[in-house]
Design a protein around this ligand. Sequence first.
Ligand code: ATP
Ligand code: MG
Length: 384
Amino acid sequence: MAEQKKIILTGDRPTGRLHIGHYVGSLRRRVELQNSGAFDEIYIMIADAQALTDNADNPEKVRQNIIEVALDYMSAGLDPARSHLFIQSQVAELTELTFYYMNLVTVQRLQRNPTVKQEIQLRGYSEASDGSDNKAGTPVGFFCYPISQASDITAFRATTVPVGEDQEPMIEQTREIVRKFNAVYGPTLVEPEILLPDNAACLRLPGTDGKAKMSKSLGNCIYLSDSAEEVRAKVRGMYTDPNHLQVSDPGRVEGNTVFTYLDAFCKPEHFGRFGECFHGKKASFDFGSLDEVKAQYRAGGLGDVMVKNFLAEVLNDTLEPIRRRRKALEQDLPYVYEVLRQGTEVARAKAAQTLADVKKAMRINYFDPGVLEELIKEQSEKYK
Ligand code: ATP
Ligand code: MG
């Protein structure tokens, strides 16, 4: 057998612009992996069909955000020459795969998926429905989205899926489908590996409000496209340690979102460049590392304002080049759409090949060359 290619598939729902949670949870890693040259093929999907599973009443939101996600991707460093950026709904083969995989998963298994459970609750779908309100009750498509994700991943024969921690149950579900499919129909599909961020702070970046997850749907985001001033304002309003009332009070670093963001973004060089944030009239510090900042915060005497000013500089330092590239791309939308069109074409060809293999394995490829002749011969035996 030919040596297994190394292939990446990952993506995002076009339900809004991308935020710094996406960046540290997945996007930054994708760009690194892309630039490492260690992968043979990279597919990055704008999951509009998946976004429709809980936005059926607002397709315009999904449509509007496709270009926003594409702009965020390319500004963050995804390079169309090395990564195929594509739109999920335009690859019809994915839906067909989903239909066959649905038979390999039980309703009970889907009901146990912890991320789906959480998201059903978050969206208020669990409230009893009297049949009059569309909002109550879970759309079947939404309930089945882990199966559709398995199609996305396996269609591209992905070996590696770089995503945030909330996606772990989806990858596990995919692996189960692959094993089941291969056991029933013969070895056909590739079992993928999840690639989680190696920095604990990035697994699930909390929102600016301190809630467990920064999420487009919760409105607690710092967007990659926010201006420097917006970033400063959002950081100023951030949740810290509620018991750190006086500057002199000892503060808590654990569960303090400002420090979580620093864990995710701060680099040693930032202390030299933004050290003046810690120089004040009442107190002045010369920190050389994040550990020193944390130690001082724990001991007391270091105020939230200083730490927040530093964080805003650190974030803007990361976001500035992304913003700059975005501004340029925003002026060249025909190019961005052309990238998506071409990426989708490549994605379609790949998915079509996998679908053909799947149908062949299931022996439902009745009209493939040579197959029909065989079929006629086989069935004719019955009537001899
Ligand atoms: P929605 O609210 O529409 O579900 P979302 O903000 O949760 O949007 P997704 O498009 O569902 O974003 O997630 C895309 C990718 O970004 C996934 O790999 C997910 O794990 C990752 N991700 C999203 N939010 C975070 C976060 N706060 N921290 C780390 N990774 C995240
Ligand atoms: Mg999500």
